[in-house]
Design a protein around this ligand. Sequence first.
Ligand code: COA
Length: 254
Amino acid sequence: MSDILIHTEDGITTLTFNRVDKKNSITAAMYAALADAVEAARDDTAVRCVVFQGHETIFSAGNDISDFLNNPPAGEDAPVFRFLRAIATFPKPLLAGVCGPAVGIGTTLLLHCDLVYAGDNAAFSMPFVNLGLCPEAASSLLVPQLMGYHRAAEALLLGEPFMAEAALEVGLVNRVLAPSEVTNYTQSVARKLAAKPLSSLVETKRLMKKGNAPQVMAVMAEEGASFGRMLREPAAREAFSAFMERRKPDFSKV
Ligand code: COA
């Protein structure tokens, strides 16, 4: 069974993280599959919206740490950056149904979704600093815009998880539901969107996003260059090794 399930029906493409034994952490191959699927959904006039979902217990643990350690993304055409550009520029509605932990890109991809529905067990975190890294997905721009600077600093400098109700309060999610209801609810909203005229959806999204769009792309490129460099530096190597060895990282020498 594939680690990313791709299903298109009635104008809705649903992309499901399907690697629950590794907490839906995302490898380069999975990023490539996601980028291909999002690009295909963009170009297919029969598709009106895309839904991201995981499992009732886990959305995604973010980047696969051992894959990052052994196979760090090289250059801006690396699958992870291709996926990020694909969602940041996706012209049709993007939805997400999120239950359980949403770590790193599991949270930052939601900044590019138009509608997000969360289970009451959802826990969002952006622990880039704790991994010796820096924000990605334009989160250094979009998180302060969304939450205000001080709450963004808490989320990005401390990197501690915040729960669904806090995400609702800051506007990262639209509604909090019982985990068992998230998939059906998100699909029902996707069906509502799929029944609307595509040209109006696309133009409305374009008008809402256009003011920020150039800055999002510029920040994403700058973050990507820093992130790619920092992945190879001692702090990240120590953090990744500590995760693999199930010990606390020692940043005293970096
Ligand atoms: N990359 C690679 N493997 C990961 C992973 C990741 N990001 N997250 C979890 N896994 C693997 C674990 O190594 C473990 O594998 P094993 O069973 O072969 O030992 C398995 O998934 C289960 O993870 P575990 O940590 O035991 O689950 P948990 O329920 O106790 O905790 C999380 C779940 C998501 C809170 C925790 O796994 C976590 O913090 N993961 C790292 C998140 C992270 O820092 N991501 C990078 C963001 S840039």
